[in-house]
Write a protein that binds this ligand. Structure first.
Ligand code: HEM
Length: 586
């Protein structure tokens, strides 16, 4: 008998016969294990490494853990830095595999970014898992809608973020910033009574930036006074503080994994989940979900009250009255009312149905309005706080740039003497004055370039396409590597990773700098989904920095202190950034 015939005989007698003798349930379990193993092998190894059309692209090897691939490194490492190292080592386009065998592509060429974010934005939307997470933590507003729905919503909101609207809002920043200056000044006085004049005080600057930006966004976006600077137990401030703490690497990856399970996001968004959050939190892996549900409920409560108040105010207002409230929400509510009135007039004039008259247009519902409140809070608070904290860090480590900034901003402020005899510089610079300061602008832009508060984001191919000459199958995920693009040596030169604000002075930007669309400095990304709050947050950062630098000197709090950017949704400092703050010497 041939060896093959022998083997078949053996299989028939010893394996098939034995299987036939096994109980059906055991056979079922064995078959299940077999199918599961085959599927797992296909997903983790066979498809990404032997079948995928992307398998030949360069990129880091699979990594120590077959299941999570390089994901652990990304989550544990400094935000955006593993990706930067891979781009330096392998070039782009590059492929990263994992978790669970999923393939992610990184492109850095302006042509590819233009295609993904600008010309092909509808074919490359934010992935569903990302929209689901954003929906829960930042409302189902501009951050979660896509295509035509996004176009209409964005069009309705753009006027509230226009330059004239912003010019009127800058005045609302000053009270909060003045309070912060007073608080820091008092803290220094108390400390120096113990340690001696000129010693200053170490303060956690991220915490202060988080409070001042919460107070500013609440006032300028909704006309709502939080005063979290004086009242740390403010309901919104407390809820956001807890929410931000949840963003650490481990929590975040667990959360992303849980939210990727079909049906889970809808479940978390339900009233039932909120009511039973204590029960859900009993499962150790879902403890953070309980905290999240609780925080979001508290934040939603406040948002509902804010919107109800706005709607009530709008009911009694003449929509054409521009002398009334200037906050973004009031502008949106009034714009909606004005549009409705115009439509009614048109309808009456033409004497027919609205649709028939051709005057039917987009109307943001109350629910959508309320989601915008959450979106502004979620997208506009912590981002600006991180941007400010990193700017202070960079200035603390570059005394020359800090002093130059002080010389530029000081003329905007007048010196007055406080009750305890210390000198305070006070002023209320407006939009134009702040905008015209070239060094202030250079410092803010350079800080946002090096430490982008949102270090990366995602997109997903909704169709098969060619990008940079590579065939990209539908479903492929893209890392939009904001921090990597912002520091490309090819664009920014050999000192791309160094803080050098002078590169932003007129005439000094590199030749390869892409301005419109902004594909070399992507901190606010580019295209129709680019940050609607860009101009607002840059102006806010300037309005906070100018009086801080006019009044105080910032230094690292100890020798050898390092920056600690976390790899979370926003890149906040893991240590809340302790800095030594001294009064400016006269
Ligand atoms: C330094 C501060 C800020 C930074 C670095 C920043 C960054 C970004 C980035 C990168 C995106 C795109 C995210 C993506 O597509 O995946 C974005 C979108 C957005 N941001 Fe900001 N942001 C900042 C401040 C603000 C402020 C102050 C507001 C509003 C008050 C705001 C509102 C939004 C909204 C609504 C979107 C979604 C836009 C759309 O899809 O049409 N942001 N932001």
């Amino acid at each position: 008998m041939s060896p093959i015939a022998c083997t078949l005989e053996f299989v028939n007698h010893h394996i098939v016969d034995n299987i036939q003798r096994l109980p059906t349930a055991v056979v079922g379990i064995l078959a299940g294990i077999g199918v599961f193993t085959a599927l797992v092998s296909y997903q983790l190894v066979l498809y990404p490494f032997f079948l995928s059309p992307l398998r030949k692209l360069p990129g880091p090897p699979l990594g120590p853990n077959l299941l999570i691939g390089r994901f652990g490194e990304i989550i544990r490492g400094e935000a955006g830095i593993p990706q930067r190292e891979w781009v330096k080592k392998y070039g782009t386009p590059l492929r990263v595999v994992g978790p669970i065998g999923l393939q992610r592509l990184i492109f850095t060429s302006p042509e590819a970014l233009q295609k993904i974010l600008v010309s092909g934005w509808t074919a490359n939307p934010r992935p569903k898992f990302m929209r689901d997470i954003l929906g829960i933590v930042a409302g189902y507003g501009l951050l979660t809608v896509t295509g035509n729905e996004h176009r209409q919503m964005r069009k309705a909101m753009n006027p509230a973020f226009s330059i004239p609207a912003l010019m009127a809002q800058v005045d609302m920043y000053h009270d909060a910033v003045d309070s912060l200056v007073d608080i820091l000044n008092d803290k220094i006085s108390t400390e120096e009574e113990k340690t001696g004049a000129g010693q200053g005080k170490v303060e956690l600057m991220y915490e202060w930036m988080s409070k001042v930006t919460l107070d500013i966004i609440c006032l300028s976006a909704f006309g709502y006074e939080t005063d979290s600077l004086h009242n740390p137990h403010n309901e919104l401030a407390e809820a956001y503080e807890e929410l931000i703490k949840l963003q650490t690497g481990g929590n975040l990856s667990r959360f992303i994994l849980i939210m990727s399970i079909p049906g889970v996001p809808r479940f978390f968004a339900s009233e039932w989940a909120w009511k039973h959050r204590n029960m859900i939190g009993k499962l150790p892996t879902l403890r953070s979900a309980e905290i999240l549900l609780d925080c979001m409920h508290r934040i939603k409560d406040v948002s509902t009250r804010i919107l109800a108040q706005k709607l009530q105010e709008a009911g009694g207002l003449d929509s054409a009255d521009t002398s009334t409230k200037k906050d973004i929400m009031s502008l949106l509510v009034r714009a909606r009312k004005a549009e409705e009135e115009a439509r009614e007039k048109e309808k009456a004039k033409l004497g027919m149905g609205v649709a028939a008259a051709g005057v039917e247009s987009y109307r943001m519902s109350d629910k959508e309005m309320m989601d915008q409140v959450l979106t502004f809070l979620g997208a506009g608070h912590e981002t600006t706080a991180s941007g400010l904290a990193w700017t202070l860090w960079l200035l603390a480590n570059d005394q020359e740039s800090q002093q130059k900034l002080r010389e530029e901003v000081s003329p905007l402020f007048e010196v007055s003497t406080t009750e305890n005899g210390s000198k305070i510089r006070r002023g209320r610079p407006g939009y134009r004055e702040l905008k015209d300061l070239l060094w202030l602008d250079a410092v803010v832009m350079e800080s946002l370039r090096l430490y982008p508060p949102v270090p990366m984001t995602f997109r997903q191919a909704a169709t098969n396409d060619y990008i940079d000459g590579i065939y990209v199958p539908k479903g492929t995920m893209f890392y939009i590597p904001i921090r990597v693009v912002n520091t490309l040596v090819d664009v920014w030169g050999e000192d791309a990773e160094e803080f050098r604000p002078s590169r932003w002075l007129p005439g000094h930007l590199p030749d390869k700098y892409n301005v419109n669309p902004s594909l070399s400095m992507m901190s606010f990304i580019a295209g129709p989904h680019a940050c609607i709050g860009k101009t607002m947050s840059i102006m806010e950062m300037k309005a906070v920095l100018a009086p801080l630098i006019a009044n105080f000197e910032f230094e690292p709090s100890y020798a050898g202190q390092n920056a600690m950017p976390t790899a979370a949704v926003t890149m906040k400092p893991a240590d809340d950034m302790p800095l030594r703050v001294r009064r400016v010497r006269a």
